[in-house]
Design a protein around this ligand. Structure first.
Ligand code: ATP
Ligand code: FE
Length: 363
């Protein structure tokens, strides 16, 4: 199956062509083949505003989608007529961008007489390790990005159980705020990680929120406030921050954030094992924060200690992209799970439809 995917739910306009193969018995035999993956970012567009401006994003998506599709098809050397289906992110995300993508996909599908598949953006992230590494179900996915933070037990193309997640900020957002408080550039994650290398993580005692509570939920907004206090304490004492002060603050922040993520992952693995009737065979991680070396090291030791695999797809497929949407669409097509209601653009769309406690919890 060859699927064209479109993604425009946040601040990246992306199109990709992905090929999925099936065995004689119809089973999907990953990994998939990414024939093209085009991403047009909007960082410059929003830079002056300190965050993504939804109206600007939607307009830029509408302007760039056709180009992204054209580029993806030409790089893949696949004409639209040779594609089996078109997949598009239909939520969750900024509604204007999602609508631009769905409208563009509708037009293309109608023009070429192709089936159209609505894909949940989070399902795209969650199924990525199958596309990149051919990972088999079940596995535990830790999704950590600028907008998301959650544990998903992935048992099938359409079977996701949310085991917990952040109750406030996402870690990427917290890294970005940390960088802003310390006068570092955006995106904050790489900047904080770089500074932290020269810092002492024990120089400041930052909190590890919710670690004393059971369950897999996390909180990162208090960390930012604690960092602000620590910074102001130094400034009040010395009149400013030295290079070393900044490095120490970054190191302490990174240690606190990764401690929380790693300890909660340990618990999520236990919960997942309980739900699977034994050890869950693999831990997968996706999202921009998965680039963080301290976090990766911690997750790797956790996986090693349990004798399970840690799967971290290449960063270009961990951050927002359309290959993951095309792949998720192809998996749905292969499993005969193409439903018209999935094409309704939705700003909120929890993956786990079965757990009542999650309804209304948003992303
Ligand atoms: P999504 O809609 O999936 O949340 P996003 O654009 O908000 O998309 P990503 O592109 O997946 O998120 O990731 C970007 C985030 O990852 C930023 O907040 C950035 O600071 C963070 N990040 C990137 N590299 C690192 C790193 N080395 N350490 C920590 N955080 C990082
Ligand atoms: Fe995303």
């Amino acid at each position: 199956l060859t699927v064209l995917g479109l993604e425009s739910s946040c601040d990246d306009t992306a199109a990709a062509v992905v090929e999925l193969t099936r065995a004689a018995d119809g089973q999907v035999t990953g990994p998939g083949r990414v024939l093209a993956s085009v991403v047009h970012g909007q960082t410059d567009l929003h830079a002056a505003f300190g965050g993504v401006v939804p109206e600007l994003a939607a307009r830029a998506h509408a302007e760039k989608l056709d180009l992204a599709v054209e580029q993806a098809l030409s790089q893949a050397e696949v004409p639209l007529s040779a594609v089996d289906a078109i997949a598009v992110t239909s939520g969750p995300g900024l509604i204007g961008g999602v609508m631009s993508g769905v409208m563009c996909a509708r037009g293309l599908a109608a023009g070429a007489g192709l089936p159209l598949i609505g894909v949940n953006h989070l399902a795209g992230h969650a199924l990525t390790p199958r596309m990149t590494d051919g990972l088999e179900f079940p596995y535990l996915m830790l999704l950590v990005s600028g907008g998301h933070c959650q544990f998903l037990l992935v048992r099938g193309v359409d079977s996701f159980t949310r085991l917990g997640g952040t109750i406030d900020d996402a870690p990427g957002e917290a890294f970005d705020k940390c960088a802003r408080l310390l006068g570092l550039e955006q995106p904050g994650g790489p900047a904080v990680e770089r500074e932290a290398r020269a810092g002492d993580p024990t120089a400041h005692r930052l909190p590890r929120p919710l670690l004393d509570r059971p369950g897999c939920d996390m909180s990162f907004s208090g960390l930012k406030t604690a960092l602000l206090r620590a910074r102001d304490g130094i400034v009040a004492q010395k009149g400013g921050l030295s290079v070393q002060d900044r490095a120490d603050l970054c190191a302490a922040f990174q240690a606190a954030a990764s401690d929380v993520l790693i300890e909660k992952t340990r618990r999520a693995l236990d919960v997942a094992a309980g739900a699977c009737g034994g050890q869950v065979p693999a831990l997968a991680v996706a999202g921009g924060v998965a680039a963080n070396t301290a976090l990766r090291k911690g997750l790797q030791s956790l996986a090693d200690a349990r004798g399970i695999a840690l799967v971290a797809p290449p960063l270009r497929y961990c951050t927002d992209n359309a290959a993951m949407i095309a792949w998720a669409g192809a998996e749905r097509l292969a499993a005969d799970l193409v439903e018209p209601q999935d094409l309704v653009p939705r700003p909120r769309w929890p993956l786990d439809r079965t757990s009542p406690s999650l309804l209304g919890s948003g992303k």
